[in-house]
Design a protein around this ligand. Structure first.
Ligand code: SF4
Length: 396
């Protein structure tokens, strides 16, 4: 087989592997990791972000829980929630009640919305013997207030993780874990930058799954996987540019869309050049200093260098100007608002973002999904029409 054939095979093998990981609702990869050495523990977390460095520094595996997607029948989960909220809490409860999350020795629930807050309380009642912590993310970014608060929260988590793992979790371990996650974020940043430049080489239907593997793999292994994919896909000679619209997706930071939806957008003529999928993996937008006080470094990174999204406080009340800047930076032709049904943070933010795009003359369209959406015909028509129309406008 020639080099070109090897590259195609390598990309296909990586995509096959990450697809299998994404579809594995039983967390087999986590179970295998735990079984490989005695005493290993894993801690789950809901979207969006928790300080994974602390879990890793305690020798445990951080595991992102993203609901049941479109492969889980909800039998008991519906009984715990009203019908007019998003889908991810009920499928997460279903996963837990069916024993699929038994590999987890604890769960973290970051404060991104009332649904996650309620899910945290429900977890405590349903699983009284398991470690549960509601991670109260600060919404004040003054070091003397929000910084002090966040540092205290990190110290509580360190104490909890020492007790859960039996590890020392000292400053040296924290510095080593910060370096590991810096490397992981750098690999992801590189992949995202390349996709923005050449989206035909890195279709989002693949990139998303490559990133998603980071929810269950140790970060060192995930970093190597991201780099292998970036290299192989970037060198694949069969990947060529096509006449498509460049779009940014907004609203997918928590409940994830079914893969079919991303494929549908691509088939409808869109190159996705930026998105807010799996934002927790990219929560800190650049390197955290390794030298010095590690908890202070993590605190300052959270205050000053976190991703901007609907569930975090914005001085303007919304991040319209940041979205307009992202459109310019990524040379996007338009924005697709694509949020889970009943997602309060995403949908409350949307009218302000729409107003900012309108003021800047940037085309946009919007639709909603659920993680178990199965029919994409309407979305394909809508996205296809949007893509065609913005290409016509740009030519005009
Ligand atoms: S999808 Fe939206 S409303 Fe539902 S849990 Fe996530 S952030 Fe909260």
């Amino acid at each position: 087989m020639g080099r070109e054939g090897e590259l195609v095979t390598q990309v296909a093998a990586i995509v096959q592997r990450v697809e299998a990981l994404a579809q594995d609702l039983d967390l087999s990869a986590v179970r295998d990791w735990k079984a490989a050495a005695p005493g290993r523990r894993a801690v789950g977390f809901m979207p969006i972000a928790v300080p994974r460095e602390l879990i890793h520094a305690a020798g445990m595996l951080p595991v992102g829980i993203l609901g049941g997607g479109d492969r889980l029948e909800i039998i008991r989960g519906d009984a715990y929630f009203q019908s007019y909220i998003c889908h991810i809490p009920r499928s997460t409860i279903e996963l837990a009640l069916s024993g699929r999350l038994d590999a987890l020795d604890g769960m973290l629930f970051p404060s991104i919305c009332d649904v996650i807050r309620n899910l945290s309380g429900m977890w405590e009642m349903l699983f009284p013997g398991r470690y549960v912590h509601y991670v109260d993310l600060p919404q004040n970014f003054d070091p003397a207030t929000g910084g002090r608060f966040w540092r205290h929260e990190l110290e509580i988590l360190c104490d909890d993780f020492r007790a859960l793992s039996g590890a020392l979790l000292d400053e040296a371990a924290l510095r080593a874990s910060i370096a590991v996650y810096n490397d992981n974020r750098a690999a992801i940043r590189d992949l995202y930058a390349r996709r923005s430049r050449e989206p035909w080489r890195y279709p989002t239907s693949e990139v998303y799954q490559v990133l998603r593997a980071g929810m269950v793999l140790p970060p060192e292994e995930h970093t190597a996987l991201v780099r292998d994919y970036t290299r192989a896909a970037g060198d694949d000679p069969d990947r060529r540019d096509q006449d498509r619209s460049r779009v940014i997706l907004v609203g997918m930071f928590c409940e994830q869309p079914p893969l079919g939806l991303l494929l549908t957008l691509e088939r409808a003529g869109c190159w996705i050049v930026d998105d807010d999928l799996l934002l927790g993996l990219r929560w800190l937008i650049d390197d955290v200093p390794v030298e010095g006080d590690p908890l202070e470094n993590l605190t300052r990174a959270f205050l000053d260098r976190h991703a901007r999204t609907a569930s975090m406080y914005e001085p303007e009340g919304h991040r319209g100007s940041a979205l307009v800047a992202a459109v310019r930076d990524h040379r996007a032709d338009g924005v697709i608002f694509c949020a889970p049904s009943f997602c309060d943070p995403a949908l409350l933010d949307q009218p302000m973002l729409v107003a900012a795009l309108d003021a800047a003359g940037i085309p946009h369209t919007q639709f909603k999904y659920s993680e178990d959406t199965g029919q994409f015909a309407v979305i394909r028509e809508q996205a296809g029409t949007f893509s065609d129309s913005i290409r016509l406008w740009s030519e005009a």
